[in-house]
Design a protein around this ligand. Structure first.
Ligand code: ATR
Length: 277
């Protein structure tokens, strides 16, 4: 008797060739003995709806979604989880009996990395969130849900930060401002870089006074070694500076759990990713 065809998954983005998701999900599948395939699909924005429909109509079970499709793809899902609704973006699609479900595991992935892998106590923490685009919006709900003392959102365009803070005001203590108005009365426990400045190898202009020896500086971007932001943070005296590899692996584990109902061990996978990069 031949074995059943493995379930089919993929990550979609534009470009997509550098995605680590196939490597990560391949290790998860091996570790949990799940029979599945996971590939990369390059999907141009104008083909998004067609390609997503084709994937699921041909029997695909789930997709991860990355730049630039996270917002547009949310509209293709029949249902969305509350955390995807709050984020206004979807990074995981799962075909379920009732139809296509859109979820967002980015915020939960970040929170697991911060609290579990990096032992940060987010409850009562003073948090500076840099950026007010899709990446910042995606993590604000779960961060506020962890009951920090407050979150200050700072952005190049200060009005965008104020607007974002206003949208999330019912979930906790949050305010927005431009980089020039960041409060310098004390240091922050956590400074999160959710701008795309690292991709251009630049850093947001933030005053060094907000960084102290107990500050964790975290760049949601990742690359080979330090990013411009983590390099700068170490020089400015941050207690710790981390790139977003842990968030990447943890959000993948959340997606895997949604699809397969099994939670993989992330520690060995994060180690494998770090040793490969
Ligand atoms: P993403 O989905 O990655 O968040 P986005 O929605 O385009 O992408 O948002 C990019 C974010 O990075 C914004 O907060 C942007 O600031 P503006 O709103 O002022 O444009 C920020 N950003 C991009 N390049 C930057 C730079 N060189 N310095 C500081 N902030 C930058």
């Amino acid at each position: 008797m031949s074995s059943p065809t493995p379930d089919r998954y993929a990550v979609i983005g534009f470009p997509i060739r550098h995605s680590w998701s196939p490597f990560i999900h391949g290790l998860f599948a091996k570790q949990t003995n799940q029979s599945l395939t996971y590939s990369r699909l390059e999907v141009a924005p104008e083909n998004l709806e067609r390609d997503v429909n084709e994937f699921f109509e041909s029997g695909g079970k789930g997709l991860n979604v990355t730049v630039p499709h996270k917002q547009a793809v949310a509209l293709l899902a029949r249902f969305r989880t509350p955390r995807a609704e709050i984020a206004g973006a979807v990074n995981t699609l799962a075909m379920q009996e009732e139809g296509l479900l859109g979820d967002n595991t980015d915020g939960a992935g970040l929170l697991t990395d911060l609290t579990h892998n990096l032992s940060l106590n987010v409850e009562n923490a003073r948090i500076l969130l840099l950026g007010a685009g899709g990446a910042a919006r995606g993590v604000l709900g779960p961060l506020l849900g962890a009951a920090p003392e407050y979150i200050e959102i700072a952005n190049r365009n200060g009005d965008r930060a104020t607007q974002l803070a206003h949208e999330f005001r019912l979930l906790g203590e949050v305010k927005g401002c431009g980089f020039d108005a960041i409060s310098t009365t004390g240091t922050f426990d956590l400074i999160l870089n959710a701008t795309s400045a690292s991709l251009q190898d630049t850093i947001p202009p933030i005053p060094p006074a907000v960084i102290g020896p107990t500050t964790l500086c975290y760049d949601m971007a990742y690359g080979k070694g330090d990013t411009a932001f983590t390099r700068w943070a170490k020089n400015a005296g941050a207690g710790r500076a981390e790139t977003g590899w842990g968030m990447l692996v943890e959000q993948a584990a959340e997606s895997f759990y949604l699809w397969r109902g099994v939670k993989p061990e992330t520690k060995p996978v994060l180690e494998a990713v770090k040793s490969q990069k």
